[in-house]
Design a protein around this ligand. Structure first.
Ligand code: HPA
Length: 276
């Protein structure tokens, strides 16, 4: 049986969602909590919302409020569909990553522009799904989407302008996705290095794919929390959280600057179903 889902209201370019990864569990100061039901889970998706200087801000902690959801159990489809049903046109996510290169150090930011994700099939378009976009376009069945620019170039440009004087920011980077929740073996890391990856993590490419399918712009600021397996003695989750937390306050400032600078129209092609 097909699902035919319409978003609840008109897209507002004043709305933006932040998805927080490991170590980034809150963003808004006095949020209201909303529960969004989706066809993809019996449980609602919990999203936090606050209006701020004429903008509608949403926050979704990907691992739950207290890091209770491991990467392989995140319901990516429910999360992204919930954002779609709130007509949110843009998402920026944080992502903790391990570095594969000596020049990319713990504490650095990487503005991802590519990913290598050969691990997890994730799609809304699995044959019996149809979606109606805000301006009425209806897409259904099997869709093979272009992924030449998997992350929104417009969001990455805004981030790189804001971070241009930050010497610890890398303006490009290729993310290799693993299933988690375990960290990698040194042999896996060597293989990813040969494949051209710069950093490794367990989550964000699934979100990038699902957002693109629904025409939502998706940008990421990856925070390097450790050197990947084999490039330091051991990798552990406590270190990931500790290093990430040293960047949390700065990340919040960056997000507020991005929000203040968001254009009221999109110049990218992330909303691929709109003919230009
Ligand atoms: N590997 C996978 N995911 C991660 C890492 C890592 O080294 N660091 C932070 N998230």
């Amino acid at each position: 049986m097909g699902l035919d889902i319409k978003p609840s209201s008109n897209a507002s370019y004043n709305s933006i969602a932040i998805i927080g990864g490991s170590g980034f569990y809150d963003f808004l100061e006095e949020p209201s909590k909303i529960s969004v039901t989706t066809p993809f889970s019996s449980k609602p998706v919990i999203i936090y919302r606050q209006d701020h200087e004429g903008k509608f801000l949403y926050f979704l902690p990907r691992h739950g409020g207290n890091h209770t959801i491991p990467p392989h159990k995140i319901n990516f489809k429910a999360n992204i569909f919930a954002l779609h049903s709130l007509s949110i046109p843009r998402v920026i996510a944080t992502s903790a990553v391990g570095s594969l290169h000596p020049s990319i150090r713990p504490g650095d930011y990487v503005l991802l522009d590519q990913f290598i994700d050969l691990v997890r099939p994730v799609t809304f378009f699995d044959g019996d799904f149809s979606v109606t976009f805000t301006q009425g376009t209806k897409i259904s069945g099997v869709v093979h989407l272009d992924m030449t620019e998997p992350y929104c170039p417009e969001i990455r440009n805004i981030l790189s302008v804001i971070l241009k004087s930050d010497l610890s920011t890398h303006n490009k980077g290729t993310y290799a996705t693993t299933m988690g929740p375990r960290f990698e073996t040194p042999a896996e890391i060597k293989a990813f290095q040969h494949m051209g990856a710069d950093v490794v993590g367990m989550t964000n490419s699934s979100e990038a794919i699902l957002c693109r399918e629904l025409g939502i712009c998706y940008g990421v600021i990856a925070v390097v929390t450790n050197m990947a397996a084999g490039l330091q003695k051991q990798v552990n989750h406590e270190e990931v959280i500790t290093i990430f937390e040293t960047r949390s306050a700065n990340l919040k400032l960056i997000f507020h600057k991005v929000i203040a600078n968001l254009p009221m129209h999109k110049s990218c092609s992330c909303a691929w179903y709109i003919e230009k």
